[in-house]
Ligand binder design. Structure first.
Ligand code: C2E
Ligand code: CA
Ligand code: CA
Length: 625
């Protein structure tokens, strides 16, 4: 029992105390009366021996664990700062590395606990002292903690402190602690950055959608609780007008700068309590908080739009752009954040369509918005359900002989009348659905061309290519494979590009065009004279054809302006040795205007409307009657 007690083994102690009276009891039951003589001699040494061995084992075990820990800390100390705190003698030791982590020479400050305390960031001091305190109370044997400490260069360093309790006195009070300091500032920085990134937009530093939903939800919930009648708030959606064309024309870098400019401007106009977020692309969303009246929201909206009335200078460019805003008042039409966002978006769309600066949401707008959403939905379905069909419009020479066709898409919804491509193509471009549609168009047109080339190996197929398709990284590969699969001669496939495709002629668009040129495809410039591009691409690229837009043909032969424009396009084309296709020829007079001109081809209702493939008669001379 004594041995057990001395070695601090509770088990042995209990065993010792139990075995002793139990042996008495068993002997007593066996009828032994002189129980105090022999058993005592046997039991006491056994108990003492057992407890002594147990104690020894415990000592050895803890010592080796402790030594291991010390060794580990010691090896870390080369890289990390070692500290050793003796709570009895109230002395502290810091290793040279401990000091140098903070830019200090060894002993530049005294080896005291005070030194440590004085270097901790005031905001972290209490928490650090508390955690030291809790170790002594909770009887832990090891601990770790992070806090900031002042570096000599004035910066704050994030320090990870790990340590163990090295010794306790008989009452279990800690007498010595040893540990290491590690500089984890970099780690902390990336951690902070990751937290920042999770809630912010990289380009503008504004909140992202996730943050917006969280913060605005919190705000509106609190607003609902306060239920103060005069307290108003609004969700406002903003979109930069014509951003896509600015981006296309001047490049993504300028586009990005315009977005950053807008972000900064919004930040200046809004108040601190407002919530501002980049919704994505050129869209921003904000919550105007604590308004006293609906008209305040209108005021803020006008203030935001004001800057865009003048030209904005981005680098060496002067940009004339505008913004459209949609406003959804809290409580008027919705109280739930996602509902309010949807309403603000709808109102913004209406404002944009009517070229207004801002619009408040009204419930009747739902109808229009729904029809647009419906159209997008139906278009997606139409791709799956194969509701699209290709029509082909003949392109003829001056004698009316068929040279080729232009492939023009037609949409016959299952449950309705035909929708014109003029209506759905822009929406398809806006939503990216054009990629799927474009693949259908190309595959179908290449299939038809392959068939017609069997009869007429020089017959050409013109296909309209949207700028959205042209800047897609997968476009080239898709087309290459489609041409191979169709087994056509690439020169018979004419890609019709608008001038606007050359506004943003760098990056992926340029790569695609260059690769397609290498592949041997032909190119035509569609709607020539209506775009905004310079003419330099005509000089640089092997473009075979120029298509004169029908808007210049309509007024011929009488309109002098049209005539002047058409003649200069013809002169330009001849000079550059390009073929010319005149679009939209509807009358004999229009045709005759051109008959005296060289190298001109024709396309228009006068010869034929776009028709299904089976109506194309390769040997025909048009018009038929
Ligand atoms: P576009 O490329 O300028 O096509 C010519 C348009 O003029 C066609 O309209 C055609 O039907 C019409 N047209 C032809 N001759 C005459 C005429 O004598 N008089 C009049 N008034 N119009 C004539 P459509 O088929 O409605 O296409 C409109 C636009 O939609 C096309 O203009 C093109 O930009 C686009 N589009 C059509 N199909 C496709 C396609 O498969 N892909 C892409 N990306 N765009 C397409
Ligand atoms: Ca065309
Ligand atoms: Ca055209």
């Amino acid at each position: 029992v004594v041995g057990a007690y001395l070695n601090g083994i509770p088990g042995a102690l209990i065993a010792g105390t139990l075995v002793f009276p139990l042996s008495y009891l068993s002997l007593f039951l066996k009828g032994e009366t002189d129980i105090l003589t022999i058993p005592r001699l046997v039991i006491i040494p056994v108990v003492l021996l057992v407890s002594f061995i147990a104690g020894l084992v415990r000592r050895l075990l803890t010592k080796s664990l402790y030594d291991q820990e010390l060794l580990r800390i010691g090896s870390m100390a080369a890289q990390e700062g070692l500290w050793d705190l003796d709570l009895v003698g109230e002395t502290t030791y810091y290793s040279p590395r401990w000091f140098s982590l903070l830019g200090l020479d060894e002993g530049e400050m005294p080896h005291t606990f005070e030194t440590f305390k004085s270097l901790i960031h005031p905001d972290d001091l209490q928490q650090t002292l508390d955690s030291v305190q809790s170790i002594t109370v909770q009887r832990q044997t090891s601990f770790s903690n992070t806090f900031r400490m002042k570096h000599k260069d004035g910066s704050w360093r994030w320090i990870l402190s790990r340590g163990i309790v090295a010794a306790r006195d008989k009452e279990g009070r800690i007498t010595r602690m040893v540990g290491v300091h590690t500089d984890i500032s970099e780690l902390k920085q990336t951690q902070n950055m990751m937290e920042f990134q999770a809630y912010h937009d990289a380009l503008t530093g504004l909140y992202n959608r996730k943050a917006f939903y969280e913060f605005s939800d919190r705000f509106f919930t609190s607003l609902g609780r306060e239920a103060e009648e005069q307290q108003q708030a609004a969700v406002v959606m903003l979109d930069i007008d014509d951003f896509k064309s600015i981006n296309d024309a001047l490049g993504h870098k300028v586009g990005d700068q315009l977005i950053q400019f807008t972000a900064k401007h919004l930040n200046n106009v809004l108040r601190k309590s407002d919530i501002l977020c980049r919704w994505g692309g050129d869209e921003f969303i904000m919550v105007l908080t604590y308004l006293s009246h609906k008209s305040d929201a209108a005021l803020v909206a006008s203030k935001i739009a004001e800057v865009f009335e003048d030209t904005i200078e981005i680098g060496s460019y002067k940009i004339q752009s505008g913004v459209s805003l949609g406003i959804s008042m809290y409580g008027d039409d919705a109280t739930e954040i996602s509902e309010m966002v949807k309403n603000a978006d709808t109102a913004m769309y209406v404002a944009k369509k009517n070229s207004e600066v801002y619009r408040f949401f009204e419930s009747k707008m739902h109808v229009e918005a729904t029809s647009r959403m419906n159209m997008i939905y139906k278009m997606k379905q139409a791709v799956k359900h194969k509701e699209f069909m290709m029509y082909y419009q003949p392109i003829v020479n001056a004698g009316g002989k068929l040279q080729g066709t232009e492939a023009l898409i037609r949409w016959f919804p299952e449950d309705g009348v035909m929708v014109s491509p003029g209506v759905f193509i822009p929406l398809a471009e806006e939503t990216g659905i054009i990629t799927d549609i474009g693949e259908f168009v190309l595959t179908t047109a290449i299939g038809a061309l392959a068939q017609w080339n069997r009869t007429d190996p020089d017959f050409e197929m013109a296909v309209n290519i949207s700028p959205v398709q042209l800047r897609s990284p997968s476009f080239y590969n898709f087309l290459r494979k489609a041409i191979k699969a169709g087994g056509i001669n690439p020169k018979n496939l004419v890609l019709e590009l608008t001038e606007n495709s050359f506004l943003d002629f760098h990056g992926q668009t340029r790569t695609n065009v260059e690769q397609l040129i290498d592949l041997g495809l032909s190119f035509a410039i569609d709607d020539f004279g209506t775009g905004y591009s310079t003419l330099s691409y005509l000089k640089d690229l092997p473009i075979a054809k120029i298509k004169i837009d029908q808007s210049f043909v309509r007024g011929l032969p009488d309109n002098e302006q049209d005539s002047a424009i058409v003649n200069s396009i013809l002169t330009l084309s001849w000079g550059l040795q390009k073929q010319v296709v005149v679009e939209g020829v509807e009358t004999q007079d229009q045709l005759e205007y051109f008959l005296s001109k060289r190298g001109v081809f024709f396309q228009g209702y006068y010869f034929s409307k776009p028709v299904p493939g089976e109506k194309i008669d390769l040997g025909a001379v048009l018009p038929k009657d």
